[in-house]
Ligand binder design. Structure first.
Ligand SMILES: Cc1cc2nc3c(=O)[nH]c(=O)nc-3n(C[C@H](O)[C@H](O)[C@H](O)COP(=O)(O)O)c2cc1C
Length: 423
């Protein structure tokens, strides 16, 4: 049921699907069950995004608050030559030269492809942001965020709400491509299935992205209402792949290397994008690299090895924060919780990590752990991070009434883009 108040439209759709795994009853899943454990062939091929080569079709999916360069460097060191995308940068924040946004635009010298993601609602502001990226040689690839389900973003018509308005969606891509193409910077789009199943947008959005010059599309196969709940419906990735000629990256619920193979096998997609699965497990990219190469070896480090990654992560973050160890260690806290997930580490030790203020504090706590503890089998390749459904979907007032915007709607939308760099 939809409710309206003066400012916004709210859809109450707590569970888009009752089934935890919407793939559960499909013919594909029966086939999947048969294939599991068998050597069914999977076609893994390099992907080309215009001038940018992606020899191994795997993407570190952008994650706000997670995929800054220190984490990307760790993932890329383990992984193959894929794409390791920075977290989304708010176009308006970049245009305003917001220092936090500028910090998020930094790349490490070792990064093979500088992949930056822009988020914008206003085509003109997003074009200006793209121009800044081009004029200052800030990236080799620009991804556009049309997948964010966070209420703060969708209630302004942004992220996964935007493809519903085909006029703004088309114009925004057109303008960014117009700026990036002459600079040889490929533009890609990241989308969801739709707002909910009554308002699906992915096939149309994919076609528009392709027509307007995007070099690939990534589909997170959930709706906004599904948020991060249940399982993404990979059959939709197959549908999109069948509808488009540009590469399609499948996204959603790749928790281990076998999931990556299975997604490609099941959907025919050109590559996979991995988000939550690598939280606290950057070595997942080593496993995917091996799986793509047909090598059965898998990395599952013991606690001592995990702690060495934590220490290195802390050092890289300190560099990211220009030597500010306190900021680095605060940023590291959520990662430590993910790194230690499933290990037999008691509550008081975990709390002590959360109270660390310096790298020495972190080292001290590491010194109290038993480095010989093996990686806990019960968390290998299992879900982690956000897993819930949206309680409600928040949209601008009257958003669903029409597929295009009125003059008044544009005035309201573009008058107050958020100035902050995060969501
Ligand atoms: C903490 C967090 C932050 C995210 N930030 C972004 C973002 O900045 N841009 C974006 O396009 N998607 C973002 N996402 C979505 C992920 O890129 C990905 O599409 C989603 O998590 C589904 O993939 P997964 O099942 O592999 O996690 C974020 C997800 C999480 C959990």
């Amino acid at each position: 049921m939809n409710a309206r108040n003066m400012d916004e439209t709210v859809i109450s759709a707590p569970h888009e699907t009752d089934r935890l795994d919407p793939r559960g009853e499909t013919a594909a899943s029966a086939e999947r069950a048969t294939l599991r454990g068998h050597e069914a062939p999977v076609r893994i091929a390099p992907v080309k995004l215009g001038p940018v080569d992606v020899p191994a079709p795997v993407v570190l999916s952008p994650m706000a608050g997670v995929t800054n360069w220190p984490f990307r460097v760790l993932c890329e060191e383990y992984g193959p030559e894929g794409l390791y995308v920075a977290e989304m940068i708010t176009a308006r924040a970049l245009v305003a030269r917001n220092p936090k946004a500028l910090r998020l635009c930094r790349f490490a010298p070792s990064e093979r492809v500088r992949s930056l993601q822009l988020y914008g609602v206003n085509p003109s502001i997003t074009e200006q942001a793209a121009k800044i990226v081009v004029d200052n040689n800030m990236a080799d690839h620009v991804d556009l965020n049309f997948g964010c389900p966070v209420p703060k973003v969708t209630r302004r018509g942004g992220g996964s709400a935007l493809p519903w308005k085909t006029d703004i969606f088309t114009e925004l891509i057109q303008r960014v491509v117009r700026v990036c193409e002459p600079a040889n910077i490929p533009v890609t789009a990241k989308i969801r299935v739709g707002i909910d199943h009554a308002h699906e947008t992915f096939l149309e959005a994919g076609r528009i992205a392709q027509e307007e010059g995007c070099k690939a599309v990534t589909l997170h196969a959930r709706t906004t209402a599904e948020y991060y709940g249940g399982h993404s419906d990979w059959s939709r990735i197959g549908e999109l792949k069948a509808a488009l000629s540009i590469p399609v990256f499948g996204n959603g619920d790749v928790w281990g290397a076998e999931d990556a193979l299975e997604m490609i096998r099941e959907t025919g997609c050109d590559g996979v994008a991995v988000g939550r699965g690598c939280q606290g497990r950057p070595w997942l990219f080593a496993n995917i690299r091996n799986a793509f190469a047909g090598d059965p070896a898998r990395v599952n480090p013991n606690l001592g090895e995990v702690c060495r990654v934590i220490e290195r992560h802390a050092e890289l973050l300190t560099e990211f924060y220009d030597g500010d160890e306190r900021m680095a260690v605060h940023d590291l806290r959520k990662h430590i919780a993910w790194y230690l997930k499933g290990f037999p580490v008691g509550g008081s030790t975990r709390r002590a990590f959360m109270e660390c203020e310096s790298i020495d504090d972190v080292r001290r706590e590491i010194g109290r752990l038993d480095p010989t503890v093996e990686y806990p089998p019960r968390v290998v390749d299992k879900p982690r991070g956000r897993v819930r459904f949206a309680k409600k979907v928040h949209l601008p007032y009257g958003w669903l009434d029409s597929r295009t915007t009125t003059h008044e709607e544009r005035e309201t939308l573009f008058g107050d883009d958020p100035m902050d760099a995060s969501y």
